[in-house]
Ligand binder design. Structure first.
Ligand SMILES: Nc1nc2c([nH]c(=O)n2[C@@H]2O[C@H](COP(=O)(O)OP(=O)(O)OP(=O)(O)O)[C@@H](O)[C@H]2O)c(=O)[nH]1
Length: 140
């Protein structure tokens, strides 16, 4: 029998993203590769939740793959939620978490541009739509 969670996953795409906040209150943002959905726009690091993963497990995996740093799932706090329709594809449901603790120094493991930005600097970037909404709603 099909489990209800499989039916849900077939109808929408669960994506997690992490707002890493440094001691100065800046946010880590990275640029999406050109040619992909939202190519060239800036976003929080993260990605799709794989089958069998919890959102926080997916975050820890994606952050390690993309930035080469270790974040403990328990240090990621759920923050905000947004949803975006896509033509001919499942809508994305983006879950934003926040962390102020990690191990290691971030680097662009996938060749992406990235940096630390104040809220105002972030809002001056060409952000992905849901990410712009998140930064506006954040109280850092
Ligand atoms: N990781 C991430 N994805 C975001 C953000 N905002 C946002 O709209 N998305 C969208 O969420 C979807 C899934 O993200 P992803 O990073 O796994 O996408 P991808 O195309 O790189 O997947 P792939 O690694 O399987 O090729 C993409 O359509 C992406 O544009 C964000 O802040 N972080």
């Amino acid at each position: 029998m099909t489990h209800p969670s499989e039916v849900i996953a077939a109808a929408w795409l669960p994506v997690v993203a992490l707002a890493l906040v440094d001691e100065a209150g800046r946010l880590l943002l990275q640029q999406r590769p050109v040619g992909k959905h939202h190519g060239g726009l800036w976003e929080f690091p993260g990605g799709k939740v794989d089958a069998g993963e919890s959102p926080r497990e997916a975050l820890a995996r994606e952050i390690s793959e993309e930035l080469g740093i270790a974040v403990k799932p328990a240090d990621c706090t759920a923050l905000l939620l947004a949803e975006e329709a896509r033509e001919e594809q499942r809508p994305v449901v983006l879950m934003l978490y926040q962390a102020t603790r990690w191990h290691g120094s971030p680097r662009g493991c996938e060749g992406q541009s990235w940096g630390w930005f104040t809220r105002e600097q972030a809002l001056d970037l060409p952000l992905a739509p849901m990410d712009r909404d998140f930064v506006k709603r954040m109280s850092i």
